[in-house]
Write a protein that binds this ligand. Structure first.
Ligand code: PLP
Length: 401
């Protein structure tokens, strides 16, 4: 609806993507259909020619999916969006659309693991090369650029130490070198950070995380700035086939309505927990964008309006201390993923990164006492009590260093 353009962000969360549907529902109906009937041969022909406005087949376009896509595009301040089956489907669609054999990508070293593997092990088969850099240092990005660089790919903040990249600097480097800046905005969501404002050309998300926010959907999205890129990418997505389905779109669209207030609480809770941990005698260091001790605290203040829900911290007792905390939390649930209303906790050395071994962990920056927390929207007192109790259970003999 056109009046949306003048609304504040919180109001857009509630209203964006909505159209007039038959019977006047206040929520977009779920068009759970694979295909759409044509009225006549002529109608079918005009739809295929793109002359009539309507729907043909759900992989190509579906009203429920379209409503959610329009909502996310509006929240990010983009032109249009493409709903995908997962964050990885969104990321691979972007790479396949923009790259060809002989091209080069500069990517954050601290990028989401499967994104790195996609570049390393899959796209390399098609003669696409990638350089991984500490993107929180702008000079490192600049140094890695080559004449055939087509994409600078940034995640900010990013795992494992919540590294913050200066988006404006990355955009300037990309544009000076005729490359595009692609930003994975999963950790912040448009409620806290809108990368288009800092020069990004494409913004994408794992909607599995904060956008849906309820840990019950796997989904992704790509947001673009103009029609030419949109139609190019829509064609590729249609051929690759990694589209989101109507029911998941409906759930994500429902989640978006509370994005703004959820993010407020995530930020409020995470700030208090980060400060609590920073003052705890069993904690060596804490990384959270809202702490002045964060090396890129000032860069963060320029580009996000809240500091998010993700915290990393290092326990003084290393591996054993990490295990003790994992085995003694009760409210915080041991699980990968992030961005839901419930608090999740993860110890990479004994869980996701156990099998790679201590040496490989060390070179990947995964220290033995590293814990990652996705702070939920529970009452903060309950989360802190839970952590306090678990930290107490670390055996005294592990308390060295
Ligand atoms: C989870 C995640 C992805 C991948 O998304 P899926 O929905 O799991 O495919 C990509 N980027 C970031 C930053 C993520 O956290």
């Amino acid at each position: 609806m056109s009046h949306n353009k003048n609304l504040q962000f919180d109001s857009k969360c509630v209203h964006s993507g909505m159209k007039d549907y038959e019977f006047g529902p206040v929520i977009p109906p779920i068009y759970q259909t694979s295909t759409f009937r044509f009225e006549s041969a002529e109608h079918g022909a005009s739809l295929f020619k793109g002359e009539a406005n309507g729907y043909i087949y759900t992989r190509m376009k579906n009203p429920t999916v379209e409503a959610m896509e329009n909502s996310v595009a509006e929240l990010e301040g983009g032109y249009k969006a493409l709903g995908c089956a997962s964050g990885m489907a969104a990321i691979s669609t972007v790479f396949v659309t923009l790259l060809q054999s002989g091209d080069h990508v500069v990517c954050s070293k601290s990028v989401y693991g499967p994104t790195m593997t996609l570049l390393h092990s899959v796209l390399s088969k098609f003669n696409i090369e990638a350089t991984f850099v500490d993107s929180d240092i702008a000079e490192e990005i600049e140094r890695a650029v080559k004449p055939n660089t087509k994409i600078i790919y940034i995640e900010s903040p990013a795992n494992p130490v919540i590294a913050i990249t200066d988006l404006s600097s990355a955009a300037a480097i990309a544009h000076k070198n005729n490359a595009l800046l692609v930003v994975d905005n999963t950790f912040m969501s448009p409620a806290l950070q809108q990368p288009f404002k800092f020069g990004a050309d494409i913004v994408l998300h794992s909607m599995t995380k904060f956008l849906n926010g309820h840990a019950d959907v796997v989904a992704g999205i790509v947001v673009v700035k103009e029609e030419e890129m949109y139609s190019k990418m829509r064609k590729v997505l249609n051929q690759l086939g990694g589209v989101i389905d109507p029911f998941n779109s409906f759930l994500v669209h429902r989640g978006l309505k509370t994005l703004s207030i959820r993010m407020l609480r995530h930020c409020e809770n995470a700030q208090l927990i980060a400060e609590y941990l920073e003052n705890h005698p069993k904690v060596k260091w804490v990384r959270y964008p809202g702490l002045k001790s964060h090396p890129n605290y000032l860069v963060g203040l320029k580009q996000h309006s809240g500091h998010g829900g993700m915290i990393s911290f290092e326990l003084k007792g290393g591996f054993k201390a990490g295990e003790a905390v994992m085995n003694n939390v009760k409210l915080c649930q041991l699980a990968v993923s992030l961005g839901g209303v419930e608090t999740l906790i993860q110890h990479p050395a004994s869980m996701t990164h156990l099998t790679m071994g201590e040496e490989a962990r060390k070179s990947a920056g995964i220290t033995e006492g590293l814990v990652r927390l996705s702070v939920g929207i529970e009452n903060v007192k309950d989360i802190i009590d839970d952590l306090e109790n678990a930290l107490k259970k670390i055996p005294e003999k592990e308390m060295v260093g």
